[in-house]
Design a protein around this ligand. Structure first.
Ligand code: NAD
Length: 478
């Protein structure tokens, strides 16, 4: 695609190529669309040195000026929305309309954190005469951040915005499959006047880069979004250096559908939202626990809407769902479906790879899935829904909590007492009622259990990127 950007590393305010590069593929066509430079150790050393200098400069820039740079960069990205969205669709496969929304969501993360930059208040603690106790927040230092391929723009935006708003410097390793979103973020910040070294963007072999950066004591925060397995590995590496982590990991979101809800509307909403981003979303609704009284009606409406999903190349008008990001995901989904059916699950629609070029998989619904099926515990991270009956709300809550994950959870009901029981009883960082939206710039997003640690967004978001310093000031020597 002609508008796909020429890919570079961005270190110390300069664009550079690398000795090695590897192809970036369009998952809808499997064609090469770009060559991605892979950083070696000398590039990483340069990024570390630049981030050290960048931090010294940026941490002293007044918050309101940091906010202005973020706001200017967001305005630039809004102007470039079409160019960025086209690149995202080419490298990720999602429909262009979803890519356009993602660009705007990335800008909103910048805009929210720009505001928050000016509100990282400390406090004065009441004290005796002659002494003052002050709580003061300071930027933590150099951040090593790792963003995934499922949202090439909005995922890195979150981490970059948090670091820059707080006064940190950041070395971002964005996903190798989808580098264009992060590249556009760096371009916008460069054009907005961000000083050299504050943001450094690298790509390469993920394990080599994370290992090299995390072992360096200059790195004061490790921020990662991705799978729980990798998150645990990076947390273990960071623990050797007592480096704090911000971990946004996997989910296996339950949806409890109560007997009093509008069945048709809830089913259509569920099927539509399930297929967003081809289900490759950590908050994707996946385990639908539907009251037995409405189970048949709900499942029928859900399957009908899921089967109607228009699947194709994201650039084609009317397409609702693109390909999966890579061949690994296709194989993973096929394996989960095969196992579930072998365990006795009913395959109500889909279940197969679509023929021809590209990593396409059918919108898939499994019903009455036994607990022994792998998919009941493993996050499918694809267009696969499980619909199982439950006998009561308590039964639904117990099943919702029966996985190691606790990221997003959803409920459909009009009863206030049911809402209260779900809010109190579900183990998750985010609970949404009558909507399948779980994350906004102004709300704190993150998980419990194996879904992670820390929060992004809301007034909580910048706390990860700052230290709390307790200051005791006696007015005379005691
Ligand atoms: P994976 O576990 O191989 O990789 C997940 C992400 O981590 C990728 O972006 C990858 O580049 C990165 N990564 C892998 N090893 C790393 C390392 N040692 N250091 C730093 N980064 C590393 O899985 P995958 O096949 O790419 O993706 C599938 C799984 O990833 C899914 O099951 C899902 O749980 C998870 N995932 C989650 C999110 C999310 O938003 N939470 C996003 C993307 C992927």
């Amino acid at each position: 695609m002609s508008s796909y950007p020429d890919l570079h590393l961005y270190i110390n305010g300069e664009w550079r190529k690398a000795a090695n590069d590897l192809p970036v593929l369009n998952p809808a066509t499997e064609e090469e669309i770009g060559r991605l430079p892979h950083a070696d150790k000398s590039d990483l050393d340069d990024a570390l040195a630049a981030a050290e200098t960048g931090f010294k400069v940026w941490s002293k820039v007044p918050p309101v000026e940091r906010a202005n740079v973020l706001l200017k960069a967001a305005a630039i990205m809004r102007e470039r929305q079409e160019e960025i969205a086209t690149a995202i669709t080419a490298e990720h496969g999602k429909p262009l309309a979803q890519a356009r929304l993602e660009v705007i969501r990335g800008c909103e993360f910048f805009e929210w954190d720009a505001g928050e930059a000016t509100r990282t208040y400390g406090r004065v603690i009441p004290s005796a005469q002659g002494v003052r106790y002050i709580v003061h927040h300071q930027p933590i230092g150099t951040v090593a951040a790792f963003s995934p391929w499922n949202f090439p723009m909005s995922q890195p935006c979150r981490k970059v915005a948090g670091a820059i708003a707080s006064g940190c410097s950041i070395i971002l390793k964005a996903a190798e499959e989808t580098p264009a979103g992060a590249l556009h973020i760096a371009r916008a910040l460069h054009d907005a006047g961000l000083p050299p070294g504050v943001l450094n963007l690298v790509f390469g072999t993920p394990a080599e880069i994370s290992d090299y950066l995390i072992k360096n004591d200059q790195v004061r925060l490790v921020a990662f979004t991705g799978s729980t397995a990798v998150g645990k590995h990076l947390t273990t590496l960071a623990a050797q250096h007592m480096t704090p982590v911000l971990m946004e990991l996997g989910g296996h979101a339950p949806v409890i559908v109560c007997e009093d809800t509008d069945v048709e509307a809830a089913a259509i909403s569920g099927a539509f939202r399930k297929m967003r981003n081809a289900g490759q979303v950590c908050t994707s609704p996946t385990r639908f626990f539907v009251h037995a009284d409405i189970f048949d009606k709900y499942t029928e409406a859900f399957v009908r809407r899921a089967a109607e999903t228009v699947v194709g190349n994201g650039v084609d008008p009317g397409v609702e769902m693109g390909p999966l990001a890579n061949d690994r995901r296709v194989e993973a989904l096929a394996g989960l479906v095969e196992d579930a059916v072998a365990q006795g699950a009913e395959l109500r629609t889909g279940g197969n790879r679509l023929g021809g070029k590209g990593y396409f998989f059918e919108p898939t619904v499994l019903a009455n899935v036994p607990d022994a099926a792998r998919v009941m515990q493993e996050e499918p991270f694809g267009p696969l829904a499980i619909i199982n009956p439950v006998t009561s709300l308590d039964d639904g809550i117990e099943k919702a909590n029966s996985v190691p994950y606790g990221l997003a959870a959803y409920g459909f009901t009009n009863r206030a007492d049911y809402v209260d029981r779900m809010v109190e009883g579900i183990e998750a960082g985010n609970v949404s009622i009558n909507t399948l939206e779980a994350s906004l710039p102004e709300t704190p997003f993150g998980g419990v259990k194996s879904s992670g640690y820390g929060r992004e967004g809301g007034t909580e978001g910048l706390h990860n990127y700052m230290i709390t310093k307790n200051v005791i000031h006696s007015f005379s020597i005691v």
